[in-house]
Design a protein around this ligand. Structure first.
Ligand code: F0G
Length: 451
């Protein structure tokens, strides 16, 4: 049987970071101390950290040297102008406003556009986006295609918005804003096609509603569009084309910005930009730094240029595909086709004996940590349960940090998952012992269900 091929890294390694070794007993004890919440585990006790691809990228020599160019002037920093130029060029929006990370941009934007009872439609709102909408008394409505909920259905654009669901939401709720998450993190890092973005933009425009992209993983989305829809366009052209359909974007630069911190809001409307800046000054900082250091702006500017390199994207998405194919070949239930930033395990199929009320994805993520020291993230009923109802899917996300791990690390992850798969009947469900009202997956406490 042929092994799936791992793409060759289009870089070599100049600096390394030591990985710690822990014993199974140490990890089991750490998990108990952390109350079965992987966000509470010290990173020192994690061997391979796939909790998130956010802020965890390895920076390039180009980025590290750009840090030294950082201009730390409070106002009018030249690092800001450099950052602004790169964002304008890639995204095509005139007004560019930095924030310290993505959720700050979300918070500021929603505080301007949302009143209590207003609704926001999207394919899927990610956790912080949803929470920021709900914190304003708003309603976050998911309109993703039904295909997204069938984990083994190989639709090419599983992140796309279902137009019937969109129209239904528009007719039944006071929708004030349309969004699309590129790629759709919640549903498996799945792309949205240009065709779908065009249709959604048309529906929203007819209603006079703004369309804002949540474009954290814009380059990965553009890669899939190039592969599956528009091979005639370059990654840069696709990025411009996606943005041309929208009125603005919010971006966490901790993903495809290849930076460890940062974000921004960019838009066409001078009026909206001005209102945004006024709020920004109150909570984030002056508009030429927005809560970041000048050097951070430099790192993002270089990162945004590097992320659209076709050789980088080929490697990046190929690495995710490599891990996915290894697991799929052995019958491990995953979301198919693999997305851009992570492999997602279908925990309900992996652990058929653990009902959704017992958080199968969290139970699986915890078991994987004890098995191999691999930290992953639950995207399921712990993160997304609404009014006591389980989420539609219980997934474990193995998010691959950018440019950090090699093929042998991923082999090690695969081995741990395969061992666990053999012993899956021994994995028990979890119950909440301390719940919290907002974004509970970050701080909730759990315990193993007796039995
Ligand atoms: N939108 C999406 C689609 C995201 O995935 C995230 C963060 C944000 C917005 C918020 O950005 O973290 O810079 O404030 N997602 C991370 C994750 C945390 O693990 O997927 P932020």
């Amino acid at each position: 049987m042929n092994m799936p091929a791992h793409p060759m890294e289009p870089f070599r390694i100049k600096m390394v970071e030591r990985l710690v070794s822990t014993t199974r007993e140490q990890r089991a004890a750490a998990l108990q101390r952390a109350r079965y919440n992987l966000f509470r585990i010290p990173s020192e006790l994690v061997r391979i950290d796939l909790l998130t691809d956010s802020g965890t990228a390895a920076m390039s020599d180009g980025q590290w040297s750009a840090l030294l160019r950082g201009d730390e002037s409070y106002a009018g920093s030249r690092s800001f102008y450099r950052f602004e130029e790169v964002v304008r060029d890639l995204f095509g929006f005139e007004h560019v406003i930095p924030t310290h990370q993505g959720r700050a941009a979300e918070h500021l934007l929603f505080s301007l556009l949302l009143q209590e009872g207003d609704a926001v439609v999207s394919n899927n709102h990610f956790d912080t986006t949803r929470a920021n909408i709900e914190a304003r008394g708003g309603l976050a409505i998911d309109c993703v295609t039904d295909c997204a909920y069938v984990t083994d259905a190989e639709c090419p654009f599983k992140g796309q918005i279902d137009l019937a669901k969109l129209n239904d939401a528009l007719s039944r709720h006071r929708v004030v804003l349309g969004m699309a998450t590129l790629t759709n993190n919640t549903g498996g890092g799945q792309p949205v096609s240009l065709k779908n973005l065009r249709e959604v933009a048309w529906v929203l425009r007819n209603r006079g509603l703004p369309f804002i992209l949540d474009a954290c993983r814009f380059a990965e989305n553009a890669y899939f569009i190039q592969r599956r829809e528009r091979p005639d366009l370059s990654i840069r052209q696709i990025a411009r084309e996606m943005c041309a359909l929208a009125d603005g974007c919010i971006v966490s630069a901790k993903k495809d910005g290849l930076a460890n911190i940062g974000g921004f809001f960019a838009c066409r409307s001078a009026e909206l930009a001005e209102q945004f800046k006024q709020r920004l000054i109150l909570v984030e900082g002056f508009p030429t730094y927005g809560g970041l250091a000048g050097r951070d702006l430099e790192a993002i500017a270089v990162g945004l240029e590097e992320v659209v390199d076709p050789a980088y994207l080929e490697y990046r998405v190929g690495q995710v595909r490599y891990l996915a194919e290894r697991l799929d070949r052995e019958g491990v239930p995953i979301v198919k086709p693999p997305g851009g930033h992570a492999v997602f395990l279908d925990a309900r199929k992996f652990l058929p004996g653990v009902p959704p009320e017992q958080f199968p994805a969290q139970a699986l993520a915890c078991a994987l940590y004890v098995e191999g020291g691999v930290r992953s993230c639950e995207l399921g009923s712990l993160m997304f349960a609404a009014e006591g109802r389980p989420a539609k899917l219980d997934l474990v996300r193995l998010a691959i940090p950018r440019r950090v791990y090699t093929a042998s690390h991923l082999d090690c992850v695969a081995e741990s998952i395969l061992c666990l798969y053999e012993r899956r009947h021994a994995i028990r469900g979890l119950r909440l012992v301390r719940d919290v009202p907002v974004l509970r997956h970050f701080t909730a406490e759990l315990d193993v269900v007796a039995g």
